[in-house]
Design a protein around this ligand. Structure first.
Ligand SMILES: [Ca+2]
Ligand SMILES: [Ca+2]
Ligand SMILES: [Ca+2]
Ligand SMILES: [Ca+2]
Length: 212
């Protein structure tokens, strides 16, 4: 686990400068059925435009797709690199009727009532969500797609996709999970610039005092 943590941190550390091209979704790998085998999504975050994702071009995000549930949970592992980071876990295209397609979803019958649980990588429960009534793009026509918003400090975490009321993803259910981690406007190496600017002002103040 220590080696995994170090590798993940290095990979995720580059995410703020990764490409802006449209990213392909990460496919659920079929072996992510437990906390110990959680699928590592670090290294796939970017700022590509995505109509299903709020603040997509300012908060690093990754789109995960499972086209065929198999009566297991889906666990995804990720690292947070800054305290007080915005964290959004947004299920899209989980529950929709034929004829009422949501943004970015194929027109299909799919009645997956998703349920999200967030844990530390050590398995301590943090929070969960079942339904959401905000009508976010990708879930406009249903409240049954889970959407979890929180803030997280530096550390390793796992988000689990299941079905209401906290059971496994049913056979052949499909969903998209958009994970966004970061803080708008501070993800592109801004702290160093701010610090230098602050030191510059400090120096200005010192020199002014000397000239008086
Ligand atoms: Ca969405
Ligand atoms: Ca699974
Ligand atoms: Ca949604
Ligand atoms: Ca739900």
């Amino acid at each position: 686990m220590i080696r995994k943590l170090l590798t993940s941190t290095v990979v995720a550390g580059t995410m703020a400068v990764s490409g802006l091209a449209n990213a392909l979704p990460v496919a659920s790998n079929g072996a992510n059925d437990s906390l110990g085998t959680a699928q590592d999504i670090n290294g796939f975050f970017d700022l590509s435009a995505n109509p299903q994702v709020e603040d997509a071009t300012t908060i690093p995000h990754v789109e995960i797709s499972n086209r065929s549930g198999d009566d297991t949970y889906d666990y995804y592992f990720f690292s947070v690199l800054a305290d007080n980071s915005t964290a959004i876990f947004d299920i899209d295209c989980g529950f929709q009727d034929l004829g009422l397609p949501n943004t970015g979803c194929s027109d299909q019958d799919n009645f997956f009532d998703s349920y999200l649980d967030l844990y530390t990588s050590g398995g301590a429960f943090i929070t969960s969500d079942d339904d959401d009534f905000s009508g976010d793009p990708g879930s406009e026509n249903t409240p049954f797609d889970a959407l979890l918003r929180t803030t997280l400090d530096i550390g390793d975490y796992v988000i689990r996709v299941g079905a209401f009321p906290g059971v496994e993803v049913p056979d052949e259910a499909s969903y998209i999970l958009n994970v966004s981690i970061g803080t708008p406007g501070t993800t592109v190496a801004a702290p160093g610039v701010v610090m230098l600017f602050g030191l510059g002002l400090l120096g200005l103040g010192v020199s002014r005092r000397r000239t008086r």
